[in-house]
Design a protein around this ligand. Structure first.
Ligand code: ATP
Ligand code: MG
Length: 368
């Protein structure tokens, strides 16, 4: 197995433009950020072989899918250890992080991008039951605007890259315990925005630095904010009020928050004993449910082995267009096709696998 990889020559131009797009003004800046030698960065960018771990890391930093840009000549196959995770056509546990594997939500995305493309940027909340796809949507917002068209499905090509080229995105996951410390959270945001990071940071310093320096559109994505409210006493009303004040009065309309939660922000604040007006600034809420039939069909059609029509209808029907259930049933069908099975046992297995997520189906039935 090859231990090193190189960028295929047809992708070298894309790799170079990704460097600029991600704010690296020199090859050295990239090398320093990742902690690799300048010669490794140079080799990568000029299509020469680099160690595969470095190859993966540099690609990810530049928002590129390493499997796609890697040269496919015999002898340079990608390491098998990476294959299961990276090549899974159907993802059924972790959030979808690469836009290529994200389906649907077209209506919500249109609204969200509309709020974020003009000044003042406006805040939005994404509400939905457990496992409905909130985190995946936040990742999509952040990543689609920097993913080159070649790395998307043909139907996804858009001009978002141009419209949002100046926008900075910061993803905060409150399930990450480090974010429960106010100081660590503020330092993380400053670092993500490439602002001056002091050794210690309090709220006043953060407010000063951000209000004095934030000159380009910035969206802070707050995932699992309920956890932040419930478990993090340091994130008190004073903290949230300062964030609100920053967005509304001190950044010339350049700052917006998009949060993901199980319930509406106002109810959430109420139920967790917070009274901050921060939770009143979410003028748009998107409540996630099933994909549309067209979107669900697109997800099913992404299978590397096409499914027979009768199975497509069965999957649509059983999943009610819920993305996680679609993914599980497609995974089962694909597996049975790959194994050459001719019976319909995969259906029984599929139903067994979606059972733990029956709450999603109940909600859909109630809503419809
Ligand atoms: N837009 C989508 N396209 C394809 N699959 C999706 C999409 N949204 C969600 N999924 C599927 O649903 C699963 C759960 O998605 P995600 O983790 O984003 O949900 P969540 O609402 O953040 O869940 P939790 O409430 O547990 O945080 C993913 O692993 C994936 O299988
Ligand atoms: Mg989530």
């Amino acid at each position: 197995m090859a231990r090193s990889l190189r960028v295929a020559s047809k992708y070298i131009k894309d790799v170079k433009s990704a460097l600029q797009r991600h704010g690296y003004h020199s090859q050295n800046a990239l090398a320093e950020d990742i902690g690799i030698s300048l010669s490794t960065a140079k080799n990568f960018l000029s299509g020469k072989s680099v160690d595969y771990l470095n190859f993966v890391e540099i690609s990810e930093k530049l928002g590129l899918i390493w499997q796609e840009i890697a040269n496919k000549e015999p002898g340079t196959e990608t390491p098998a250890t990476f294959l299961p995770e990276n090549y899974s056509p159907f993802v059924t546990g972790s959030p979808i992080t690469h836009p290529r594997y994200f389906f649907g939500r077209e209506k919500e995305l249109k609204r969200l991008f509309n709020l974020l493309k003009r000044h003042p940027l406006q805040n939005a909340a994404i509400i939905g039951k457990r496992r409905i796809g909130k985190t995946s949507l936040l990742h999509y917002l952040k990543n689609i605007t920097t993913t080159p068209a070649e790395n998307l499905r043909a139907s996804q090509r858009s001009n978002l890259i141009l419209k949002f080229e100046k926008t900075q995105w910061v993803f905060v996951d409150f399930q990450d315990n480090r974010m429960s410390s106010r100081e660590r959270l503020l330092l993380y945001i400053l670092k993500s925005l490439n602002l001056k990071v002091p050794e210690h940071c309090n709220l006043d310093y953060f407010m000063d630095v951000v209000s004095d320096n934030l000159r380009s559109p910035t969206v802070i994505l707050l995932d699992e904010i309920g956890v932040g409210l419930q478990r993090c006493p340091e994130l008190d009303d004073g903290f949230w009020e300062s964030l609100r004040s920053l967005a509304t009065n001190h950044t010339e309309g350049n700052l917006a928050f998009v949060l993901a939660t199980h319930e509406s922000p106002i109810e959430l604040a109420h139920n967790t004993g917070h009274s901050s007006p921060f939770f009143n600034i979410f003028g748009y809420t998107a409540t996630l449910g099933s994909l549309t039939e067209h979107e669900a069909r697109e997800l099913i059609a992404s299978s590397p082995i096409p499914f027979p029509d009768k199975d497509v209808e069965w999957i649509l029907n059983q999943s009610q267009g819920l993305p996680l259930l679609l993914q599980i049933l497609c995974r089962e069908r694909l597996f049975s096709l790959e194994e050459g099975e001719t019976d319909e046992n995969w259906r029984e297995e599929g139903l067994r696998q979606i059972k733990p997520f029956a709450h999603l189906l109940e909600e859909t039935e109630k809503e419809s």
